[in-house]
Design a protein around this ligand. Structure first.
Ligand code: HEM
Length: 538
């Protein structure tokens, strides 16, 4: 019996090695040497001290496109090349799908959501979702962003007053920012008050299910786990659908979150049914209306709608909180930029007052050139989704804007690939290419985004950054507005009311926990942290 199972395992492994070898088309592309036959460079990349550091080094050595070995001899194409990214995510339409690993991992915590669809289904989901993300609609969320930001501001003032020093204290800003963004997504997406910002240290079920979700599941995987996941793409769908029953911490943790999110979704939907508020303007109400207008065969099922709720909770919450956290980190190291933002806020407030408005309007935020440059620079240096992974649906040729030299010394401008080729788009490397951003690409310099008359290429949907992915693949153009407007509103409130300093003796590192997670060096077991000295501006 045991020898039968062992024989099957050996035969299956041999089959995978053979399948991987059939696709060898990248032999001539340069890249780092493989660390082992079983793991390739996968584990080294996943366990890097800081997200991106290895990729930055490889891009300097081999150019913006290189090859690494994956598990069991697989070849993986990495690119940060402008044209290649444009081709894979935009020009080619849907010819590059998400990989099984990304889809099935995401399914574990979002169910059958827009993030786990195949290309045809993705268009169906998008069509129904689009009205909920219209630009005019998103502008109506500004009062929610401002009100929630003011609540956070008051909370920090209370915390500082309660602290030892009356003028300031060191606090983990990420913790409260995460509560703030959960409250915000509750209101704008579901018209539901989670009220987690007000809870003093008390975690409701949802906060508990979320807390360190990705750190507990994605950070520092074991070798066996890395190899196991590399074979998912060879397993049939019915087997993959059973992953959630595996008795391991990762699968249990994801299942608990999904259960809690679905339960929350059911409560939200029944509240809406009971309230019978026609014309509600929150995202899910508009999505439900848009769904009803659709042909019955194309409509989202109840299970799919609940999965979108689980998705909004994940996608619209820690993404914004982590980006704001990194922004405050950079500002704490650059007090001069805090002063510049405050000057801009003063000028904007004076304008609003002259107009007779009580608060700033979306156009005021858009006119704050330096504040917006700070947000863009924060997204550039700290893209919280550092890589996007795709797979070629057919044989193809990837064009390059920056030719690369191959192992055999040829200079090539395009790379032929075969069906099934895995491609990792290194967004964090693209965001630091000197050829795109200049010699100071590794430095914090928001002024690079102020109009200096320089011709810049344009990639993605926001500021030549592909941190929100690409318009044909996601509602990013529209979504960019929701994330960006929220960040503008919160950042302005916080910088207007507080001064941020970086505490002495602390080192912050970026770890790969699904999102680019900030942690204190030597204390990653304590989870997400960004301790900053925060004091109230008199
Ligand atoms: C700073 C904030 C944010 C960043 C950096 C960000 C980034 C991203 C990225 C990179 C993707 C593509 C993922 C992939 O292709 O695998 C994505 C997808 C998505 N995001 Fe965000 N996001 C942010 C905020 C938000 C917010 C506030 C929402 C609101 C609900 C949201 C909703 C979504 C949705 C629904 C998708 C799936 C789109 C699709 O597949 O068509 N995101 N986001």
């Amino acid at each position: 019996m045991i020898s039968g199972a062992a024989l099957c395992l050996v035969a299956f492994t041999a089959y995978i090695v053979w399948r991987n070898a059939r696709r060898y088309t990248l032999k001539d592309i340069r890249g780092p040497p493989s660390h082992s036959f079983w793991l390739g460079s996968e584990k080294v990349i996943r366990n890097a001290k800081q997200v991106g550091d290895l990729e930055f080094q490889w891009a300097r050595e081999y150019g913006p496109t290189w090859m690494t070995k994956g598990c069991l001899g697989e070849e993986v194409l990495w690119t940060a090349d402008h044209r290649a990214l444009q081709y894979v995510f935009h020009t080619s339409g849907y010819r590059f799908s998400k990989r099984t690993l990304a889809i099935e991992t995401t399914r574990l915590f979002t169910g059958d959501s827009i993030l786990t669809t195949d290309p045809i289904d993705h268009q169906r989901h998008r069509k129904i979702m689009n009205p909920a993300f219209g630009a005019a609609q998103l502008r109506t969320f500004l009062p929610v962003f401002r009100r929630s930001a003011a609540q956070l501001s008051q909370k920090w003032k209370d915390m500082i007053q309660l602290g030892e020093k009356s003028d300031g204290c060191t606090m983990n800003v990420n913790e409260t920012l995460s509560r703030l963004t959960l409250d915000v997504i509750g209101e704008v997406a579901f018209d539901h008050r989670f009220g987690v910002l007000k809870d003093n240290g008390v975690d409701n079920e949802l906060v508990q299910a979320f807390k360190n979700l990705f750190i507990d599941t994605v950070l520092n995987p074991s070798s066996l786990d890395v190899i196991f996941k590399s074979i998912w793409r060879f397993l049939p769908q019915p087997v993959l659908r059973c992953l959630k029953y595996l008795p391991y911490r990762e699968y249990r943790r994801f299942a608990t979150y999904l259960q809690t999110a679905i339960q929350t979704g059911k409560t939200i939907i029944s509240e809406k049914a009971a309230g019978t508020e026609k014309g509600s303007k929150d995202i899910i109400s508009i999505l439900v209306q848009s769904n009803l207008m659709e042909d019955a065969r194309a409509q989202l099922s109840e299970r799919e709608i609940l999965s979108q709720i689980a998705t909004f909770l994940v996608a619209g919450h820690d993404t914004t909180a982590s980006t704001l956290t990194w922004l405050l980190y950079e500002l704490s190291k650059h007090p001069e930029d805090q002063h510049r933002i405050r000057d801009e806020i003063k000028a904007a407030r004076a304008n609003a007052e002259a107009r007779g408005d009580d608060d700033l309007l979306p156009s005021d935020f858009n006119n704050m050139d330096f504040t917006n440059a700070v947000i863009k620079e924060g997204l550039r240096l700290h893209p919280i989704v550092p890589t996007l992974i795709r797979e070629a649906d057919s044989d193809d040729v990837i064009p390059l804007s920056q030719p690369i030299e191959t192992r055999s010394g040829k200079i090539i401008k395009e790379i032929p690939i075969s069906k099934g080729q895995g491609i990792t788009a290194s967004i964090c490397t693209y965001n630091r290419l000197q050829s795109v951003w200049g010699e100071d690409a590794d430095e914090w310099n928001p002024s690079r985004f102020l109009d200096d008359g320089r011709e810049r290429s344009s990639l993605g949907v926001f500021a030549n950054l592909c941190v929100f992915s690409f318009i044909t693949i996601s509602p990013a153009g529209l979504r960019a507005c929701i994330g960006v407007l929220e960040m503008q509103a919160v950042l302005v409130e916080l910088v207007e009311n507080f001064e941020f300093r970086f505490p002495e003796g602390v080192e912050i590192i970026r770890l790969n926990a699904g999102l680019m997670a900030p942690m204190v060096e030597g204390k990653s077991h304590e989870g997400l942290q960004m301790p900053l000295e925060v004091s109230v501006i008199a």
